[in-house]
Design a protein around this ligand. Structure first.
Ligand code: GLV
Ligand code: MN
Ligand code: MN
Length: 413
């Protein structure tokens, strides 16, 4: 059959996204499906049911990744993969991750009902714990699969209640038996919302990132001296929270001070004992630094670390720093990126060559095989929040670009 006229079913894609948005749906219209929570399990169960309905060969690996394989005409050719994640941020959005999973499912459904055979096998994937907000770091399953992270280290990472990631995989019934290990892969695509303002500002429908910024995560622990706030004079205090406040301002000032392309954020903090009438003695906060230039980000971090030591010394609050995670910046495969741009043009959509500031499993997949992403606009540039939205038309457009990129790639011999 001539597949050039083939289009996905936008109404069915919308219905699947709306069905998924009910799982962990929040009153303000977002979703909360933290990695390996009961909500994550329910979304997985529904996903697996939908994969089986279109006769995909379903498997689950020891990191809980779910794969659905569609046979190609030639079983000896390496597969083309596409997917994203079903987990979300706390009070997160209803498009981040799930759009790429439901978009790929919609492509598979379209191929199934039209009895389209591709040369190469195609594999849809849901990667476990992309977000990294319950168990840090992020993108752990694609990281293990790609050989960049150690499986047992990831199993041992605990959430704030001390629950370990490996145990939670067992609890929700998704610790599979297939080794989490890369296999020869022809190409990987990930369809995602932009999560930033560029496409909307430039009135473009499809984004083709040339790559993803580096992601560097640090954990900072401060030790102060707790005491009664009333009788303790201001001089001579060792207030861990005040020291942390100075450090946080130093993080905020860092990109402006070092220049170049960089963002730096403190997004999470725990203060102990967290009582209004006790001087804080235990503080933990996180630092996230991103740039297209890995060396620049590392040099900036070294400066920041020295500043942290100096602040801690001044306050008499010893500081311990964990360099938790680093993923280098990833330039995507130029041929595949061009394919996304060309395909968008052929389908009549406006398109933008850009950069991804958000992290994606595509960062690790890019270390294994040729990789590219397809972005669609985020309304108001808002993401990781309950008001995160993308128009249904743009979801459909992105899924059509995905369909034709996948068809072209999966038909290469
Ligand atoms: C992933 O969601 C990120 O932190 O960019
Ligand atoms: Mn995502
Ligand atoms: Mn996210």
């Amino acid at each position: 059959m001539d597949t050039s006229k083939l289009r996905i079913n936008g109404a069915r894609l919308r219905a699947s996204l709306e069905e998924m948005a009910k799982i962990g749906g929040t009153p303000a219209g977002g979703v909360q499906r933290l990695a390996l929570s009961d909500e994550d399990r329910r979304a997985r169960d529904l996903f697996v049911k939908w994969l089986k309905e279109i006769e995909l060969d379903v498997s689950v690996d020891e990191m809980g990744c779910i794969f659905g394989r569609r046979a190609g005409r030639n079983a000896s050719l390496t597969p083309v993969m596409s997917g994203s994640h079903v987990d979300s941020q706390p009070r997160g959005g209803r498009f981040d991750g799930i759009l790429g999973v439901m978009g790929t499912l919609e492509v598979m459904r379209t191929l199934h009902e039209n009895k389209v055979q591709t040369e190469r096998p195609m594999i849809i994937v849901d990667w476990t714990n992309e977000e990294g907000s319950r168990f840090a770091p992020a993108m752990v399953a694609s990281g293990v699969w790609a050989g960049a992270l150690k499986r047992d280290w990831v199993y041992d990472r605990a959430d704030k209640d001390g629950k370990k990631q490996g145990d939670e995989l067992v609890r929700i019934g998704y610790k599979g038996s297939v080794p989490c290990q890369k296999w020869p892969t022809y190409a990987y695509y990930e369809f995602h919302i932009e999560q930033g303002p560029m496409l909307e500002r430039q009135k473009m429908t499809i984004g083709a990132p040339k790559g993803i910024l580096c992601l560097h995560w640090y954990d900072v622990y401060l030790e102060g001296e707790a005491n009664q706030v009333g009788p303790t004079p201001m001089e001579g205090r060792h207030d861990a929270l005040v020291a942390a406040a100075e450090m946080i301002l130093a993080v905020r000032a860092l990109p402006g001070r070092v220049g170049g392309n960089m963002v730096a954020t403190v997004g999470e903090i725990q203060n102990g004992p967290n009582s209004r009438n006790i001087i804080p003695d235990k503080v933990h906060f996180t630092v996230d630094i991103r740039s297209w230039d890995d060396d620049h980000a590392i040099k900036a971090w070294e400066q920041l670390k020295a500043e942290f030591q100096q602040i801690a010394g001044r306050h008499g609050t010893p500081v311990r720093i964990e360099e938790t995670w680093r993923v280098g910046h990833q330039p995507f495969n130029e041929k595949l990126v061009q394919r996304v741009l060309d395909t968008a043009g052929e389908l009549g959509y406006s398109k933008l060559h850009m950069v991804s500031g958000a992290g994606h499993d595509a960062s690790y997949m890019n270390q294994v095989c040729p990789t590219a992403m397809i972005f669609v606009p985020s309304i108001g540039g808002r993401s990781h929040v309950e008001v995160e939205r993308t128009t249904w038309e743009d979801c459909e457009a992105g899924a059509n670009v995905l369909l034709h990129c996948l068809l072209k790639t999966a038909n290469e011999k």
